[in-house]
Design a protein around this ligand. Structure first.
Ligand SMILES: C[S@@+](CC[C@H](N)C(=O)[O-])C[C@H]1O[C@@H](n2cnc3c(N)ncnc32)[C@H](O)[C@@H]1O
Length: 455
């Protein structure tokens, strides 16, 4: 056999072999699944579609993609006084998570936005279609879909998730004039929310001395509009007031949560830093989409139960969601300050939250399975035939092993359970990819992306 021309073979990178010249991937793609999604995007999308909505390309046919522009921002740079930590966060995660309004609240268990964009593409969804996330959490799917011109419906049982998601969507287009003014008066704004916290008897670990004088009538006005019923009927000015209020409230809740974990800054200084970052993030994406606002699609955010979706049969073109990983994260405990602030009855919310129902571990696991069966059955009901439901779920074998009194390597993976449920409820698995999970304790090491087609 002739000796292969090694230098020739090795001179071409894998990506050069996979993609024609003039196509450049976003930097720092380290995982195999990322390369896979990029490869499928190139197969499924036209060049124009890749330029507009592709998630993994920096350049297509030698032109910069919209994803590249969203991540880099146009003329805007980080403010000179930003901390080194903030700068390095932005640099490292620029193309994966550090764009659009995704950074507005660090919700635990949040999707990688770039992955969601790629998945929406390889599920064959196009502008004008409708996608649903029945357990939307912080609304990553809604923000991505809106930017791609794909209508979306986001559902969650947690009122805090409703606030987070709605704010991230509104921040794509809202006027930032008033939040910038509020930044000049950040101490008064912080005091306003602190007073509300105390008035409601919400428990907090950190303490803070209120300033004597504080009356922000804007806030009082806004507080009146915060009912879901009236939202659609607000005048332009009322809507702007509500958007401003929600934006400031989310920054406040973020800063209090943060100050309970880290003592490095006072809560009010954290509030200022977080609000500055929020404004920076919103301004950056607004600069990129300026003039294209009409291309954004409508996102509807609904407080409801994924086991009983408020949607008609066969009306949806795609579904993406990530269920709780059985009982790995207690979302109510995590968000207790935020839920208390919003006046939520956490006892009755717990009854609806999948993964939190039940007393003993084995009862919890049993209820988790029956609840997830209902969710998948609902997904099958609302999805159009031939369309795809993508579920992203991690392994949680250590906790499951305890529940089932088995060794961790003997318990079935959650992904296997969900595939089996899907196969009984009208779905066929057409693709499975896995991705490593970084930064979470080693009870979860892998996450699976399951693409189920409705037949
Ligand atoms: C893993 S998180 C989703 C995170 C989301 N993918 C994101 O990007 O932020 C799971 C979500 O399921 C929600 N959830 C739990 N039980 C639910 C139910 N019965 N109906 C709807 N949502 C529920 C929780 O509130 C939580 O936000």
């Amino acid at each position: 056999m002739e000796f292969p021309n090694i230098s020739n073979i090795l001179s071409k990178s894998l990506t050069q072999s996979l993609f024609p010249s003039g196509y450049e991937l976003t930097p720092d793609l380290n995982d195999f699944y990322e390369l896979e999604i990029a490869f499928y995007e190139k197969q499924i999308l036209s060049d124009d579609e890749l330029l507009k909505n592709g998630g993994y390309f920096l350049r297509v046919n030698n032109q910069y993609t919209r994803h590249f522009r969203m991540c880099m921002g146009e003329s805007l740079k980080l403010p000179a006084h930003s901390s080194a930590r903030l700068k390095s966060f932005f640099e490292k995660n620029l193309f994966r998570t550090g764009y659009a309004t995704h950074g507005l609240f660090p919700y635990r268990g949040k999707f990688h936005p770039q992955m969601i964009k790629g998945l929406i593409n390889i599920m064959g969804l196009k502008p004008g279609d409708t996608i649903v996330d029945p357990m939307m959490g912080s609304g990553t799917v809604m923000v991505e879909a809106s930017l791609m011109g794909i209508s979306s419906v986001g559902i969650d049982t947690s009122p805090f998730c409703i606030l987070m998601t709605q704010t991230k969507i509104d921040a794509l287009t809202m006027s930032l004039t008033r939040v910038k003014k509020a930044l000049d008066n950040y101490m008064e704004v912080f005091d306003y929310f602190e007073k509300k916290t105390r008035g409601r008897g919400v428990k907090k670990k950190t303490s803070y001395n209120l300033s004597a004088n504080n009356s922000l009538s804007v806030m009082e006005d806004a507080a009146q509009y915060i009912t879901k019923q009236t939202r659609g009927r607000l005048t332009k000015q009322q809507k702007e007031t509500l958007d401003t209020y929600n934006f400031l409230l989310l920054a406040y809740l973020d800063s209090v949560g943060y100050s309970e974990r880290s003592q490095r800054k006072t809560p009010v200084d954290l509030f200022k830093a977080i609000l500055e970052r929020y404004i920076f993030v919103a301004e950056k994406i607004q600069n990129v989409i300026a003039g294209m606002e009409k291309d954004l699609a409508v996102s509807k955010v609904i407080e409801a139960d994924a086991r009983n979706l408020p949607l008609d049969d066969s009306t949806v073109d795609g579904i993406i969601f990530s269920p709780p990983y059985s009982f790995a994260i207690d979302y109510i405990e995590n968000d207790s300050f935020h839920l208390d602030f919003l006046g939520v009855d956490t006892g009755s919310l717990r009854e609806k939250m999948i993964g939190l129902r039940g007393k003993t571990l084995s009862e919890k696991f049993y209820l988790y399975k029956t609840d997830m069966e209902k969710v998948i059955s609902e997904c099958s009901r609302v999805l159009r035939k031939g369309r795809i439901c993508t579920i992203i779920v991690g392994t949680n074998n250590n906790q499951l092993g305890k529940a089932l009194k088995k060794a961790p390597d003997e318990v079935p993976g959650l992904h296997e359970l969900l595939i089996e449920m899907g196969s009984k409820l009208g779905f066929r698995l057409i693709k499975m990819m896995s991705r490593p999970i970084m930064g979470i304790s080693n009870t979860m090491r892998k996450e699976y992306i399951l693409m189920l087609q409705k037949y």
